[in-house]
Design a protein around this ligand. Structure first.
Ligand code: KG4
Ligand code: ZN
Length: 361
């Protein structure tokens, strides 16, 4: 099955063609993967400006989709369907990708299915690239940690469909990537903050600076990162803004250690509590080298398989959307004529007592 994926939920305009054999659990072969990043557009503002994002998607969606089909060597007529991110995300941004998918589907008479961006991240580990090493795909069921700029949560994934995915715990305030971005802004480091802090932290000593631990309750599967960011702000108030020196690297290392410790310990706890043996990482923060290394080491200690997708499949891309779309198309689904966008995900949450999923109203 040949599927075109389109992604425009935030600040990346992306399109990809993925080939799958329509059997649940099998990997998808990425034939092309085109990402146009809007980082330069938003960097002067220190964060994503929704109106500018929509306009930039408008400018780039057509060449990006054309390049994806061209690089895959797959003409539109050969596709079996189109998968497009329809939630969650910025409404004006989502609309650009969804309209493109709907237009192409109409013109070429192809089925179109909407994809939840978070399901895309959850299934990114199934994407196999020809040019980079990729782990063997995980086996269902598994626990997944998604840590991105907009979301940070743990999920139990029984199958590649939204109805069979349950959120086990999420952040109460900032997402992990948001904490990285806000902290980097506070330290005058630029945007996006994750890769910058990742690089500086690798040269620092996490014991060099004392910061609070995010999330008080060790037992819960919820996260909290806003206190940590406030702690960095207090540290700067007291000690002044560090220059490009040892202290800056130590501060970044201390911040990163707190974030990574919280993510890894809760992800391992969730996997063990579910009685499962596989933990999958996803989302932009899963590109973090310390998180990848620490999660793999903790997995080994606890006898768990930790599946970390290729770097380029962690941050926003359309290959994961094409793959997630292929699973819905393979199940015979079709959203043609009733594609709706939403700023929110519809993935259900576990009830407080852990008794089973509850759907959001
Ligand atoms: O998944 P993603 O590309 O977009 C969203 O869906 O939000 O994630 C972007 C987030 C940003 O907050 C960025 O700072 C963070 O991922 N990020 C990282 C790294 N690379 C990207 N955070 C920590 N370390 C990294 N190496
Ligand atoms: Zn994302």
């Amino acid at each position: 099955m040949l599927v075109l994926g389109i992604e425009s939920s935030c600040d990346e305009t992306a399109a990809a063609v993925v080939e799958t054999d329509a059997i649940v659990g099998r990997a998808g072969r990425v034939l092309s993967d085109v990402v146009h990043s809007q980082v330069a557009v938003h960097a002067p503002f220190g964060g994503v400006v929704p109106e500018l994002a929509s306009r930039d998607h408008m400018r780039n969606i057509r060449p990006v989709v054309a390049a994806a089909l061209d690089r895959a060597g797959v003409p539109l007529e050969q596709l079996d369907g189109i998968g497009v991110t329809c939630r969650p995300g910025l409404s004006g941004a989502l609309m650009v990708g969804v309209q493109m998918a709907a237009g192409l589907g109409w013109a070429a008479n192809k089925r179109v299915v909407g994809v939840d961006h978070l399901v895309g991240h959850l299934l990114a580990a199934f994407c196999q690239y020809p040019d980079v090493g990729c782990p063997a795909p995980p086996e269902y069921p598994f626990v997944a940690l998604i840590a991105s700029g907009g979301h940070t949560a743990l999920y139990r994934v029984d199958a590649p469909f939204p109805e069979q995915i349950v959120e086990l715990g999420a952040t109460r305030d900032d997402a992990a990537g948001e904490a990285y971005d806000k902290t980097a802004k506070l330290l005058g480091l630029g945007y996006p903050g994750g890769p910058i802090i990742d690089r500086l932290a690798a040269e620092g000593d996490g014991d060099g600076v004392e910061l609070s631990r995010p999330m008080a309750s060790r037992d819960s599967l919820e996260f909290s990162f806003s206190g940590l960011k406030t702690n960095v702000a207090r540290w700067v108030e007291t000690n002044g803004l560090p220059g490009n020196d040892r202290v800056l690297r130590d501060l970044c290392a201390a911040f990163q250690r707190r974030v990574v410790d919280a993510l890894v310990s809760k992800a391992i706890r969730a996997t063990r509590r579910q009685g499962l043996r596989t933990l999958v990482l996803g989302g932009g923060v899963a590109a973090n080298r310390a998180l990848r290394a620490q999660a793999s080491a903790a997995g080994e200690r606890h006898g768990l398989r930790v599946v970390v997708p290729a770097f380029k499949c962690c941050t926003d891309n359309a290959a994961m959307i094409a793959y997630a779309g292929s699973q819905r198309l393979g199940a015979g689904e079709d959203d043609t004529g009733r594609l709706a966008i939403s700023p929110r995900t519809v993935l259900p949450r576990m009830t407080r007592k852990g008794k089973g999923p509850r759907r959001e109203a």
